[in-house]
Design a binder for this molecule. Sequence first.
Ligand code: IPE
Ligand code: IPE
Ligand code: MG
Length: 244
Amino acid sequence: MEKKQLQAEKLPRHIAIIMDGNGRWAQQRHLPRIMGHRKGIEAVREVVRECRQLGIGVLTLYAFSTENWRRPKAEIRALMALLKKFIRSEMLELHQNNIRVTMIGDLSKLPGDVMPAVREIMDVTAHNTGMTLNVALSYSGRDDILRAVRRLVAERGRKAAEITEELFSSCLDTAGQPDPDLLIRTSGELRVSNFLLWQIAYSELYITDVLWPDFGKKDLAKALRDYQTRRRRFGLTDEQMRTG
Ligand code: IPE
Ligand code: IPE
Ligand code: MG
């Protein structure tokens, strides 16, 4: 079958990815789970490069959920160490490629020794304009929403009647960014696992059985081609879409 080209004018502005399946990838090879996470970093590198090349505006990667804090201590420690290592090894390339890196989630829960690296990469890349890479760490959609509500009430002193969708969105971790057009989940699970709950209201979903460490630019292209066949109606009828 001939490989269908991507239509540049129909690319998503924002892609969100639930990077799942690192543990299973390792298990299949009789390796410790952490080896799957390590290999997963290579997939991150490839997908970030590819999205930047394609001109995607925002890429959001789900790296660690609030629920993941309940995993075994040793796995959490290893994941945090990998995160620090990733920041160190990738910061220069990300910066040179004009990528702004923001870490979203409840960063106050992160261990103290991880925070300096997290702050540094956000500060160094803060003014970059080529692409925004959100890394969701200690993130959950419900927590994002709760923190937004607290901000609206406690910091901005807003009254109930003043709260609009726009104002509410501006208090979420993804403030100022378009909502994801495409949500990808690897390793076949048919759920959203507390990811961007508010923001994915009208996202197109793409779920693949490929495990995250095996996910590469070919798989991304496949997801994008699939996305480009979707008819996004946003509640309207087909007739309205044709004549609108
Ligand atoms: C995703 O891979 C990475 C994190 C949640 C940190 P998993 O570690 O969940 O891999 P599986 O689902 O056990 O295969
Ligand atoms: C979702 O994966 C979180 C991340 C990819 C960081 P999980 O492996 O934690 O999700 P569940 O537990 O299968 O729903
Ligand atoms: Mg998992």
